[in-house]
Write a new protein. Sequence first.
Length: 277
Amino acid sequence: MLEKEDINLFLNTLKNVSKYDLSDYSEKSLTRRINKILVDNGINLKALIFKIKSNKDFVEKVIKDITVNTTDLFRDVKVWHKIRYNILPELAKLNNINIFHAGVSTGQEIYSMLILLNELNLLEKSNVYGVDINSDVINRAKEGIYRFRFNLNYLDNFDDVINKNPYNFEENRNVSIDKYFDIDRKTDTIQVKKFIRDKANLAVADLVKNPNKFYKKYDLILCRNVLIYFNQNLQTKIINDFYNMLYDKSYLVLGLHESILHNDSKFKKKQMFYIKK
């Protein structure tokens, strides 16, 4: 069982030998991830510290193991309904739309957004950006290739967001998944079509050290299920960064189990999202 001093030793070692500083990450989350690294590699903490000090490639592997990468196509359908029917109609009034995805992982979320924008005839005037600290998942996101059977259940999400209207059940569209994906059942793969992939601006970036990698102002920022891995101080810093990155009266979408604390003066909560005051 890892103690607090063990976590501090790990953090200090990592900070001294690399560019990574995880000292503001949630201790509970860090403990869980470090324990998994020890088990997966069949080593104890002493050996882990030695490998971090002596092997730069191993340091990168540790960082990739600590950063959690879970994402689905149109994850949390109700959130996407709010984006489609509450946020994007307002953004449609703008001449140009800038959208930022923080912690984009393997890309399903950013491609969900691009598909939705295309269906609303907003794709051409939209610029959509995404970052993640993990270079492996960014490379996967750029390829846009996923296991088909693994994602089969999430194709229902596509229908729920693209083809159905929860506010008017008589309205049913008939957009096929084939419009946006090339599916190869023999190789068990599904790939986002090139015209959608080409609209995704993706880059490796540390959200803590370089929150605005693309040096833009945004009309909508999505940072879903990322803040839960940070402590309160770091959460506050990130929210302040987002505040500075957003235009006035623009939108911030967090995970279903995340919220903004002590920032009432900067954001107004409306249903499942926040509006910059």
